[in-house]
Ligand binder design. Structure first.
Ligand SMILES: [Zn+2]
Length: 213
């Protein structure tokens, strides 16, 4: 209705500045109406399968911001630190996991995926030793996740960056429980005989030395 009135206004006002203002007004309000309609279509708020909006949901960008959020989540973890993926490389984050695991009262699962890891992760994994349940699976289709007692962090894919640059963080105990179940099921399918030889054969730095020997 506003659009019709505004269009009518364009043809009745003689002042060109007023016409321009009205024209921009029409464009902006049409764009807003389109976005609102599209969101309604996408979200379908009456559909019980659509998750309700939550205040405990964050989208975080930037390598440093991601590392800080992941490190904080690990430091605050109770009972569980379940991880899957092979992109971890930040010393601060990996040290936080090592320190938290060594403090005790936490079950740590790490599933390495893909055909290689970087040396920082290699050192971390060898340092963890028997304090963690480590498994390996070649396929990368399982995603990159960090899950604690109440927090799930999903690393978003990026074709240009091999390190983690964007994450979704959900603070919801039920969602975390579901994702821990998911990681446990992948763990069940993975190779659980991960020793230092396998870790070094995956490490881009160490495997050169392994090949030379
Ligand atoms: Zn290495």
């Amino acid at each position: 209705m506003l659009t019709i009135l505004s269009l009518f206004g364009i043809f009745t006002f003689e002042d060109s500045t007023q016409q321009k203002r009205l024209f921009y007004f029409v464009i902006v309000q049409s764009a807003i109406a389109s976005v609102v309609a599209f969101r309604r279509y996408l979200l379908k708020p009456n559909d019980p399968n659509v998750l309700k909006h939550s205040k405990d949901f964050s989208l975080i960008h930037g390598q440093e911001n991601c590392i800080n959020s992941m490190t904080k989540t690990v430091n605050e973890a109770n009972d569980f630190i379940f991880t899957i993926g092979g992109r971890s490389r930040d010393e601060k984050y990996l040290n936080a996991i090592s320190n938290r695991v060594k403090k005790g009262n936490v079950h740590h699962i790490r599933i390495i995926t893909g055909n290689h890891i970087l040396h920082d992760l290699c050192v971390h994994l060898r340092d963890l030793g028997k304090n963690a349940d480590v498994a390996y699976i070649t396929e990368e289709r399982f995603g990159n996740l960090l899950v604690t007692h109440d927090t799930t962090i999903i690393a978003l894919q990026d074709t240009k960056k091999t390190y983690i640059y964007s994450i979704l963080m959900l603070r919801d105990a039920k969602v975390a429980s579901d994702f821990r179940q998911y990681i446990s099921e992948v763990f069940g399918q993975a190779n659980k005989t991960v020793d230092n030889t396998l870790i070094e054969s995956l490490c881009l730095s160490c495997r050169k030395n392994v090949l030379k020997e």
